[in-house]
Design a protein around this ligand. Structure first.
Ligand SMILES: [Zn+2]
Ligand SMILES: [Zn+2]
Length: 348
């Protein structure tokens, strides 16, 4: 089969490798029908993620069709179409039963296994350990493009941003950073009754996309008065919940500056450098700070919300490619702002 292989820092390659086969009774093999590229894959290609060894197929998001299964798989049949979770869950360890499969003990206390510790989804086929616990059936009539971003991005914005940030009715929520994860937080903050959802971004196309996906206000940090503008929307008090969705110290600092006493700062960004917490200012502010790796346990909720027409994740799929053009998709996605790209949709 063809697959996108990480051969060490630098450029990825699209090459022929052996098809995956069943190795364990819990395994499921799916044919990848639709996949996408995550910002995390770009981090891997820069050499920022040492757990990924050269020779690994990248990718942890997909919609696929079950083509083979181990003897222990009872709830999936050949031909079933599934949403592949970016989190692999054994279903029985202490963390999976919490349920916090992001730290499943079956693989070194991380649920992020695909495209990290084992071959991932940017390939024609992928082997999914604990396949029936780590996939969700795609409902009849739902398009791949509607459900694709439930693998990772949408649950990440929802769980790490909105749910960890404890958004409650009437809250003013600021989402700092309106890339895919920020947009998912924007699109789901209203579900918990936020009175205002303020998208704080840089470039206009992304802010406009946030307004399309559920933000009530859009503020560009290119505007020198942006901070006062946000404060003006909160009677000068600051926001109840500030969600960081970029993953750099500067934007996390902005989130802490925007939050009011008693508020929550929820980190949803993937950070590569340390951050100095201004505890000398914060200790007296009754702030809660949360962070974590997505569990994807909200995928069933998000499926129902798509069915009900309450969320439209497909709005993020801006660039479409055939799987054979995987490298071109990487080129475009690695310069996403230049190409006005949010997420790629890559089909078999
Ligand atoms: Zn990801
Ligand atoms: Zn587990």
């Amino acid at each position: 089969m063809k697959a996108l292989v990480y051969n060490g820092p630098g450029s990825p390659s699209w090459e022929t490798i052996p098809d995956p086969a069943i190795e364990d009774s819990s395994d499921v093999i799916v044919r990848v029908d639709t996949t996408t590229i995550c910002g995390t894959d770009l981090h891997i290609l820069k050499g920022d993620v040492p757990s990924v060894k050269p020779g690994t197929v990248l990718g942890h998001e997909a919609i696929g069709t079950v083509v083979d299964k181990g003897s222990g798989v009872t709830s999936l049949d050949l031909g079933d179409r599934v949403i592949v979770s970016c989190i692999t869950s054994c279903g029985s360890c202490q963390y999976c039963r919490k349920p916090m499969p992001s730290h499943c003990l079956a693989f070194d206390s991380t649920g992020w296994v695909l495209g990290n510790l084992i071959n991932g989804t940017q390939a024609e086929y992928v082997r999914l350990p604990y396949g029936q616990n780590s996939t969700y059936k795609l409902p009849e009539g739902m398009d791949d493009a509607q459900a694709l971003f439930l693998s990772d991005i949408f649950p990440t914005g929802f769980e790490m941003g909105v749910r960890y940030g404890r958004v409650t009715p009437g809250d003013v929520v600021a989402v700092v950073g309106v890339g895919p994860v920020g947009l998912a937080a924007v699109a789901t903050a209203g579900l918990y009754g936020a009175s205002k959802v303020i998208a704080v971004g840089r470039t206009r196309p992304r802010i406009d996309k946030a307004l399309e996906m559920g933000a009530t206000h859009g503020v560009s940090t290119n505007d020198p008065d942006w901070f006062d503008t946000v404060m003006g929307l909160t009677d000068g008090l600051g926001v109840d919940v500030a969600i960081e969705a970029v993953g750099v110290p500067h934007t996390l600092d902005q989130a802490f500056r925007l939050v009011r006493p008693g508020g929550h700062v929820a980190n949803a960004g993937v950070h590569g450098t340390s951050f100095s917490l201004p505890i000398n200012d914060l200790w007296i502010q009754n702030i809660t700070f949360t962070t974590g790796l997505v569990d994807t346990v909200t995928i069933p909720i998000l499926i129902d919300l798509i069915k009900a027409g309450r969320i439209h994740p497909e709005a993020m799929g801006t660039h479409h490619f055939a799987m054979d053009n995987m490298l071109e998709a990487y080129e475009i996605f690695s310069e996403a702002s230049k190409h006005n790209c949010l997420k790629t949709v890559i089909t078999h």
